[in-house]
Ligand binder design. Structure first.
Ligand code: SF4
Length: 501
């Protein structure tokens, strides 16, 4: 895990340091095609990879949130420890299966046999619809062939994915790896014959499937917007239950509210479902989104006018009643950063910078254009350094960001809010979303005086290496560092001379 781990917020060892070597090993072990697909689905750049928590956390969380779904990880014990710790921190309340290995079981193929045994033991149809097996970095690099596991055991689906940190850039996109694999499985089942209906039965009206994890009130708000168009809100992908996958594939259209679900979109398009981008946020966003949905689903101009006339004035009033007057920089890794920025601007905020760890895709193109027209700098695949540079450049009254960004802001006495915990935990869509951010943002802005007091209280206690209360402040010894650097350089020079040709 690395610098953006939302748990500790402290830089951790960069476990992707050997990415190139692992990538080569994985390709040599027969995973070249998989890595090529990931490179196409989740393009990196301008730099290699944003700082992010272990990508596999995304897919792990998706599996752990599903009913009747068991999860098995195959990877180094330290990775599995971190992943299970984080999942329980976020309230998984579910066992994570682990198949341990050592060098011998890895190279002899015994690890694969152990995974196989574990899967057979787990696959109890009375308890599970599906077992998700995930190869982390080392087993992916070693080519542990999960695809050789049976596709189904006693009616329990076995879904196998590889989620290496050297192939999947962010934990957001790892959610797509699992959601896409499940949709592919479900699509094949639906093509083969009748499948289970949703728990509450089939919807009476045609449905619009939503892509992306969102606040529970958001699908309800979107359902209200769709009603005058003669539509209903369909399942939310990633789904909470296997049978919802069929209903998701059955939607008349798909709304990519979060724009980075490339593998999932591929499955929807293969099922003949049109996919639209952006989301009904704020006045302009809702007006444009309703228009796109009406056009895509064939709703009549009268229906569109009814929807817009009913909701747009309410949204405008809610925004006006909850103004935000502040300069803001914003960054995150959820995929909804551009949408939040739109809402803030329509609430009156002066947003200067939006950084997202997610890639540029066609589904956020309209949001990006809308923001850029208003002078906002939008950075896809933003790095921590870019987020911090924006904070330094624009001197914001409030910073919304990831843990290390928020930490930096607070140390400079700038009010700051965690994107994941505080912004993603609020409604954003439709009427409920308009004005919902003002309360949390204006409360944070009102804390400015408190930050100033804290800064003056801690004034003089040092910073960085000298932070804290000391009898004598620690003295820096740059000469030690210089000596060690010279020693390391000499050792490196010796080893390159001695290396056999
Ligand atoms: S699985 Fe890979 S990316 Fe995740 S913690 Fe382990 S080494 Fe790092």
């Amino acid at each position: 895990m690395s610098a953006r781990d939302d748990l500790s917020g402290t830089p951790a060892p960069d476990c992707s340091g050997e990415r190139a070597r692992l990538r080569e090993a994985a390709a040599a072990a027969g995973n070249e095609e998989l890595l090529e697909r990931y490179a196409a689905d989740y393009p990196t750049g301008p730099h290699d990879q944003p700082q992010s928590m272990c990508p596999a956390f995304g897919s792990l969380r998706v599996g752990l949130r599903m009913r009747r779904t068991a999860t098995v990880l195959s990877g180094s014990a330290c990775c599995v420890y971190g992943l299970t710790f984080t999942s329980h921190f976020y309230g998984a309340r579910r066992t994570v299966g682990y198949v341990p290995f050592n060098s011998e079981t890895l190279v002899t193929g015994k690890l694969f046999e152990d995974i196989r045994d574990a899967v057979f033991e787990l696959a109890d149809p009375a308890k599970y619809d599906a077992v998700v097996v995930t190869n982390l970095c080392v087993p992916t690099a070693s080519g542990v062939p999960l695809k050789l596991l049976p596709k189904e055991i006693d009616g329990v689906r076995i879904v196998c994915i590889d989620v290496p940190g050297f192939g999947v850039p962010t934990h957001a996109e790892a959610k797509d790896v699992l959601a896409g694999a499940m949709l592919a499985y479900a699509r094949a089942e639906a093509a083969a014959g009748p499948v289970q209906a949703p728990r509450e039965g089939r919807a009476e009206r045609p449905t619009v499937t939503l892509i992306g994890e969102m606040f529970p009130a958001d699908p309800v708000a979107i359902g209200a917007l769709l009603e005058p168009l003669g539509l209903a809100c369909g399942p939310n992908v990633p789904t909470r239950e296997w049978r919802e996958l069929y209903a998701a594939l059955d939607g008349v259209a798909v709304a990519a509210i979060h724009p980075f679900y490339t593998a999932s979109v591929r499955e929807f398009e293969a099922a003949g479902r049109p996919v639209v981008g952006s989301a009904p946020v704020g006045h302009d966003g809702t007006a444009a989104w309703l228009e796109t949905i009406a056009e895509t689903t064939g709703a009549s101009p009268a229906q569109l006018a009814a929807a817009q006339n009913r909701f747009l004035p309410m949204i405008r009033d809610a925004l006006a009643a909850n103004p935000i007057d502040a300069r803001i920089t914003l960054s995150g890794y959820e995929g909804s950063e551009l949408l939040v920025a739109r809402l803030l601007i329509e609430s009156g905020a002066d947003v200067r910078y939006v950084g997202t760890a997610c890639p540029r895709t066609r589904f956020s193109a309209d949001d990006c254009a809308w923001l850029e027209e208003r002078g906002v700098m939008v950075r896809y695949r933003a790095s921590l350094e870019q987020d911090l540079a924006a904070m330094a450049e624009y001197d914001p009254h409030l910073v919304i960001g990831t843990t290390p960004v928020v930490q930096q802001a607070k140390s400079r006495a700038i009010p700051a809010l965690y994107f994941t915990n505080l912004i993603s935990a609020r409604p954003l869509m439709g009427v409920a979303g308009a004005g919902s951010l003002a309360q949390v943002i204006n409360t944070a802005l009102a804390g400015q005086a408190r930050f100033e007091r804290m800064r003056s209280f801690f004034e003089g206690v040092g910073s960085g290496d000298t932070a804290g209360v000391w009898q004598e402040p620690p003295r820096a010894h740059p000469e030690f560092k210089a000596r060690f650097r010279r020693q390391r350089e000499r050792a490196r020079a010796r080893s390159s001379v001695e290396e056999p040709v």
